[in-house]
Ligand binder design. Structure first.
Ligand SMILES: *Cc1c(COP(=O)(O)O)cnc(C)c1O
Length: 362
């Protein structure tokens, strides 16, 4: 029997979604191409330049450097690598990030042998500039801000973090892996035009509605990528700045197709739909007596007790929890109001029973 992928009709936990139909077609057409070898696969290499140009436009950057990476993890690792090379390998470099930063920075620290300093967040779950500044010293190579945190959708005060980075002569990296396709339609200061951002992670395969794998690394100047370049003896191109060698042409082509179809109006409409769903869902949970973290971006976290959470998983709902144990629902493009209504109906049916199991008063 042929294996089938999961349906999306109960997926509330993922930061990925169904690709836009044009992105799906493009991915299939470019399946057997490798942008890692541009002299052999020039068509997909040209698409990659187009992808970087549009990502730059979305992120407020006129002449962007960068490439289409395997995802936010690779983009973050590469940003740390750029900063470490710039700082010079002789000193023991450190990276300062808020505790809301993504775990990919742990991998970066591990692989690159740098120290990761983690600053507490403020009461509203954003990077706290004073706490960040207290972690910075003259060995700090990189300050990280998150524009759309993975657990709560929070946007850090990027301009303040830029000042902190500048005071230490460190680079500033913004992790907008998830938020990058939502934030252009908000009032937040998050991008290259708002602050002296040096590098950014922005993933087409999340809110960008491209096929997996399609991540984005952007750099204020192409020259920042020079720190990454290694010689490539057997390829016609002479150097390579990517972390992986053979890469997904499907991801590149689908990113271009999705952005051509959706930037900016389609993404704007999607932001409005997702944000309205998140606010409606947050209200509905509040009305049921749960504590809810106010959804600044379309991501809702709420204090649903563990037994209820597992009962909902038993019903087939793909849901996840924050490190602090809250239910976490990401209102991606495939998440409709009807899905959320059906989820709430299950919650209403299961919550009293699951709570009764805990308290024992059956
Ligand atoms: C998803 C995410 C990442 C990791 O991206 P992958 O594409 O899964 O490698 C990094 N940072 C943030 C803020 C994310 O939401």
């Amino acid at each position: 029997m042929q294996a089938e992928p999961q349906a999306f009709d109960r997926v509330l936990s993922s930061m990925c979604t169904e690709p836009h139909p044009a992105a799906r077609d493009a991915a299939i057409r470019f399946l057997a191409t490798n942008p890692g070898d541009p002299a052999t696969y020039p068509a997909v290499a040209a698409l990659e330049s187009a992808a970087v140009d549009t990502l730059g436009e979305i992120a407020g950057l006129e002449n962007p450097g960068g490439y289409v990476a395997s995802g936010g993890t690779e983009a973050n690792i590469q940003a740390v690598r750029i900063a470490r090379e710039r700082a010079g390998r002789t000193k023991r470099a450190n990276v300062v990030m808020p505790e809301s930063g993504h775990f990919s920075f742990q991998k970066a620290a591990d692989v690159l042998g740098i120290e990761l300093r983690i600053a507490p967040v403020d009461d509203d779950l954003r990077a706290d500039p004073a706490a960040m500044a207290a972690c910075v010293d003259d060995e700090t190579a990189l300050v990280v801000g998150v524009a759309g945190t993975t657990e709560y959708g929070r946007v850090d005060p990027i301009p303040e973090l830029g000042e902190i980075a500048a005071s230490a002569d460190a680079l500033l990296h913004v992790d907008a892996a998830w938020g990058g396709f939502l934030l252009p339609f908000t009032d937040h200061a998050w991008n290259f035009a708002d602050a002296p951002v040096d590098t950014m992670a922005i993933d087409p395969h999340k809110m960008g509605q491209a096929a997996v794998p399609s991540g984005g690394l952007l750099a204020r100047e192409e020259s920042l990528l020079d720190a990454l370049a290694v010689d490539t003896p057997y390829l016609e191109s002479t150097s390579q700045a990517t972390l992986t060698g053979t890469r997904s042409g499907a991801g590149v082509a689908s990113a271009v197709a999705a952005m051509e179809a959706l930037w900016p109006d389609g993404y704007r409409r999607q932001h409005e739909r997702s944000q309205a769903n998140a606010e409606w869902f947050a209200e509905a949970l509040l009305a049921r007596g749960y504590d809810v973290v106010d959804p600044e971006l379309p991501l809702v976290s709420a204090s649903v007790p563990e037994p209820v959470f597992y009962a909902l998983r038993e019903e087939g709902w793909r849901i996840s929890r924050t490190g602090a144990g809250e239910l976490r629902v990401v209102c991606m493009p495939h998440v409709t109001r009807e899905m959320l209504e059906s989820f709430l109906a299950d919650l209403d049916r299961l919550a009293p029973r699951a709570s009764a199991t805990v308290t024992g008063d059956d």
